[in-house]
Design a protein around this ligand. Sequence first.
Ligand code: HEM
Length: 339
Amino acid sequence: MKKLILSAVAAAAACATLNASAAGHANAAPAVDPTQMVDAFEATNGKFEGYRRSGAKGICAMGEFVGSAEGRALSTASAFSGTAVPVIVRFSVGGANPKAADNTKSQRNLALQFNLPGGEVWQMGNISAPVFGASSPAQMLGRVESLRPDPATKAADPAKVKAFADANPEVLLQGRHFASQPVPASFGAVNYWGVHAFAFVNAKGEKHFGKWVFEPTGGVQGLSDDEAKAKGASFLFDDLRQRVKDGKVSFHFNLELAQPGDKLDSATVPLPEGRKKVTLGTLKVTSVAEDAGGNCVNITFNPLALPKGVEGSSDPMLSGRAAPYGVSLGRRLSEGSKQ
Ligand code: HEM
């Protein structure tokens, strides 16, 4: 069996060996038809023609990323060369509603497409919680279906919601995180986690698994309940434009390195506290769309569109995302895509 070497970066801790069955693509989670998944999203969350079926309220921006020496030690990906690479950025509020309120304790998203030399792209969609609301596509579908409004009452059946959550308690973890945090003051002042493990492959062929988080260089900033109320339902876009004009929106791209035995196949289980964290580089947002246009509108951010030097883990949600994103993209393009 091929051994995968998990060493800490450069001068760091001892090397250890990971069993390939934990790291490979062996997960046999039941597949979910991506059309059925997107249909379920629409039935539960509403259908808003032309918009993304999740993360509908969003704004395009552009940025540049400069990789660090630590990034280069971990991965041959050209993103870490140290030369600035252009990045298409999309910030959004969670959910299917393009008029979702900005002043609630809900999900914020940071989606990125690194445009690398030679036409290579690296896409990702990161969220403002260290865990997602499901650990497998089947569980995701079950959760979405449990939340479907009853046509008579126009509300979800609390007994169904409870029965599903009781049988799948991890679906409640993400909501607990949001409830424990203040409303984010800005798209530029909240952490965005990747939630999946990825492998970083260096020039020696060594694989280091880790989970990443984009952390604002100016720190996290939240609103009190009174401040959130006073801000109203739509302040995030203007706030972002102003902060970017002032040169104040940048993030450290940080990677928490896994240790042998860490769970690498679940978006609902973060790595244990205290894992070594390295900074792979810095993303600076340099401009923001003045309107609902921009070059993020007609693309999707497929978490398996990875550059050479970065590989997916066995987390079933990775492939579980890629196909429904394609279905959602197809639907909104054919409806006339909106932002
Ligand atoms: C089976 C599980 C999942 C399904 C079915 C799903 C579905 C979707 C769909 C349909 C979209 C809209 C895509 C588009 O039209 O371009 C979307 C967007 C998004 N999803 Fe998921 N998702 C899943 C899991 C996740 C997870 C685990 C994360 C955590 C990182 C995540 C983060 C995002 C983000 C950040 C966006 C917005 C991206 C953008 O700005 O275009 N999703 N999701």
